[in-house]
Write a protein that binds this ligand. Structure first.
Ligand SMILES: *Cc1c(COP(=O)(O)O)cnc(C)c1O
Length: 385
């Protein structure tokens, strides 16, 4: 199973990083559940010494995900937050970071409550407006941290333009690509220096593992991330690595269905009298629909819609049957949630209001069920509103 450099996306997802097991020929990379490796003689070993530093299952996943994102190397961590924490160690005390203003809540918490204690500073701006990003840059800015689309109002950032702007100021562009997945969006091709994912979401895709990945392109970043992965030790375990490897084999197929169901649900909700507004980049009414068409392949499985009041949202969320009321996203099952009281409850009310996260806003992570069943379920729940 030698991949040529021309191998297309689905082939890369299936095969990259995975050779048949050298001991047995097993087609699937085994779960190397071991803590150490026996050495042949003093100073002579097979390149494996201790499992925090090297694990064949994790290394297969890292090569797989580096190839999928088009990066040079990848490093797998125990969670998406651990990956972002490791990326943040590229910074030194006194450095400044510009961040998308409605970045994932856990990222905001890490930056605001933990990393500010180490003399790092963060400015939150609407990165869909690159003139505001440029105004936020200072002499000490070292990183532009972007999420696109954002959660839950689906605002986009033009990644190519953001990369050009960052590089003209000698700033790294880091993209959290969790919401889109590498099927939908490939930030490194657009100029990003580092891409990160919570593999918990689309990459694993089956709601049964928590993990994170950092994919890098610059040699100095690769060297540091490799060092810090071992030094801090927040590695992804072999079983979770194996689960994510299993997930990426079907990433293209799953994403095609997430894209199709996301678009169909957005259109269904858009045409419904009780829905006041739908946030989905695939709708022509989305203010950045043109950018979405250019930058994304399909428009993803995430959407949000406005019902006007907390009471209306409560009615809907308590009446759905097939849609599971839960945080998280990117799994094969459709999830529905209420950002204001669930994922964004820790965001101060005035900030929520400014971001458009109202009490009547509902978010859906479209799964891969039959679309007619999803529409039936939403339809009957909207009748109760
Ligand atoms: C879930 C998520 C994270 C954090 O990942 P964990 O695996 O939960 O630690 C980071 N960014 C985004 C966009 C996410 O959705």
């Amino acid at each position: 199973m030698k991949l040529t450099s021309r191998a297309r996306f689905s082939t890369v997802c299936l095969h990259a990083g995975q050779d048949p097991d050298p001991a047995t020929g097993a087609i699937i990379t085994p779960i190397y559940q071991t803590s150490t490796y026996v050495q042949e003689a003093l100073g002579r070993h097979k390149g494996f010494e201790y499992a925090r530093t090297q694990n064949p299952t994790r290394m297969a996943l890292e090569r797989n995900l580096a190839a999928i994102e088009g990066g040079k190397a990848a490093f797998a961590f125990a969670s998406g937050m651990a990956a972002i924490g490791a990326i943040a160690t590229l910074l030194q005390s006194g450095d400044h970071v510009v961040v998308s203003d409605n970045t994932y809540g856990g990222t905001f918490r890490l930056f605001d409550k933990v990393l500010r204690r180490y003399q790092l500073s963060f400015t939150y701006v609407d990165t869909s407006k690159l003139d505001e990003v440029e105004r936020a840059f200072t002499k000490t800015t070292r990183m532009l941290f972007v999420e696109t689309p954002t959660n839950p109002v689906m605002r986009l950032t033009d990644l190519r333009a953001a990369a050009d702007l960052a590089h003209s100021h000698d700033v790294r562009l880091v993209v959290d690509n969790t919401f889109a997945s590498p099927y939908v969006q490939r930030p490194i091709e657009l100029g990003a220096d580092i891409v990160t994912h919570s593999t918990t979401k689309y990459l694993n895709g089956h709601s049964d593992s928590v993990g994170g990945i950092a994919i890098a392109q610059r040699d100095d970043d690769i060297e540091w991330l490799k060092f810090v992965q071992n030094a801090e030790g927040a590695i992804l375990g072999p079983f979770d690595s194996w689960l994510v490897l299993r997930g990426t084999k079907t990433l293209p197929l799953r994403m095609q269905q997430h894209n199709a169901n996301g678009l169909a649900l957005a259109q269904f909700l858009c045409a419904h009298a009780k829905v006041k507004h739908v946030y989905y980049p695939g709708l022509p009414s989305h203010p950045q629909h043109e950018l979405a068409t250019r930058q994304m392949r399909g428009f993803g499985g995430m959407l949000a819609f406005e019902l006007g009041s907390l009471e209306a949202a409560r009615r809907l969320l308590n009446t759905v049957k097939l849609h599971a009321l839960a945080e998280s996203l990117g799994g094969v099952e459709t999830l529905i949630s209420h950002p204001a009281t669930m994922t964004h409850a820790s965001v101060p009310a005035d900030r929520r209001q400014a971001l458009g996260i109202t009490d009547g806003l509902v978010r859906i992570s479209a799964g891969i069920e039959d679309i007619e069943d999803l529409k039936d379920d939403l339809g009957q729940a909207l009748d109760a509103v």
